[in-house]
Design a protein around this ligand. Structure first.
Ligand code: PBG
Length: 328
């Protein structure tokens, strides 16, 4: 087998033209989803303390945000709702006229071709902050399912293009699929948060939506970071139940799961570059520890290289603006 000095791997790195020509991984704005925080109310737009550069907006001010995204070529958003009041059963999530339904209508009125994806989970709407309903101090799986299904149908009725269950209850993809089909939405896809790990990387998000559990933690439903094989079973089950896209979350500490999922399953793989991953970069850049203009593309490229075709990221706007100014 040929080796140095006949083989010189640096030959193909010797000019920008050759480096571009031999690039193995590319990333387009088409692959990105931008998460949007929407608060119930009017005329409010504020920066989230724990996530510099990320704003929470009331539905009436969403058109400004959506036009900006549209100009940057970002064509998909994932919505999270922040209701004014919460209760034990998370009623605001599925009563049919909540903050997300209003947000969908505002977005569709501004820019009908933006793909609107909605998070399906009770934690932003429950006083206890858990992702399901509580029975005897436990998070009850089966009585949560019909509520998640109602939430999904309500978002579909308001005009959502895809729903994304993030609760990690067993059987929720099937429950949502059946309800969507029965209610006239057989063509509406489900992007399942399939391998969602119980992670400390969600810290800034929970601060943003005030969804930290008031007792205990999420380890009885979210995945243990130690268990890659169980994560693959979760993904497999969601595919069997009818998930159209499966997601691994968080992204960076779980690149091995993304990689194994993409070689094992022939469905699109999404990865969620979560709030803690975002804020760590922002804090490091603010303290001049890293150059974010170089670091962010490197991070996003690693997620793509691992095997995620779709990346949900708070960096989408920055990436899109850099890419349109000369390419990455
Ligand atoms: C709700 C939900 C969470 C995130 C997305 N959906 C938080 C959680 O599970 O506690 C996290 C997103 C992020 O950190 O960017 N279940």
């Amino acid at each position: 087998m040929a080796k140095f000095p006949d083989i010189r791997l640096r030959r193909l790195r010797s000019s920008d033209g050759l480096r571009r020509l031999t690039r193995e991984t590319g990333l387009s704005v088409d692959n990105l989803i931008y998460p949007l925080f929407v608060a119930e109310g009017n005329n409010l737009r504020y920066e989230i303390d724990s996530m510099p550069g990320i704003y929470c907006t009331t539905p009436d001010l969403l058109p400004v945000e959506i036009e900006e995204l549209n100009k940057l070529g970002i064509k998909a958003v994932l919505l999270f709702g922040i209701p004014v009041s919460k209760d034990e059963a998370g009623t605001g999530a599925y009563d049919g006229s909540g903050v997300i339904e209003h947000a969908i209508e505002a977005i569709k009125a501004t820019c009908p071709d933006i793909t609107v994806i909605t998070d399906i989970c009770l934690c932003e709407y429950t006083t206890h902050g858990h992702c399901g309903v509580i029975k005897n101090n436990l998070i009850d799986n089966d009585s949560t399912l019909p509520l998640l299904a109602r939430m999904a149908v309500s978002h579909a009725n308001a005009g959502a293009d895809m729903v994304a269950p993030s609760d990690m209850m067993d059987g929720r993809v099937a429950a949502i699929r059946h309800s969507l089909d029965e209610n006239g939405f057989p063509g509406l896809p489900i992007m399942a948060y399939s391998a969602k790990f119980a992670s400390a990387f969600y810290g800034p998000f929970r601060d943003a939506v005030k969804s930290s559990p008031s007792f205990g933690n999420r380890s009885s439903y979210q995945m243990a970071p130690t268990n890659p094989r169980e994560a693959l079973r979760e993904i497999e089950q969601d595919i069997i139940e009818g998930a159209d896209i499966v997601m691994v979350k968080p992204a960076l500490a779980y690149l091995d799961i993304i990689n194994r999922a993409s070689s094992l399953f022939n469905v699109p793989i999404a990865a969620y570059n979560v709030s803690g991953e975002y804020s760590m970069v922002k804090m490091a850049a603010k303290n001049n520890l890293v150059n974010e203009r170089e670091l962010i593309p490197e991070i996003l490229m690693s997620i793509k290289r691992a095997g995620a075709g779709i990346i949900i990221t708070y960096h989408a706007k920055e990436f899109a603006s850099w890419q349109s100014n000369g390419g990455i």
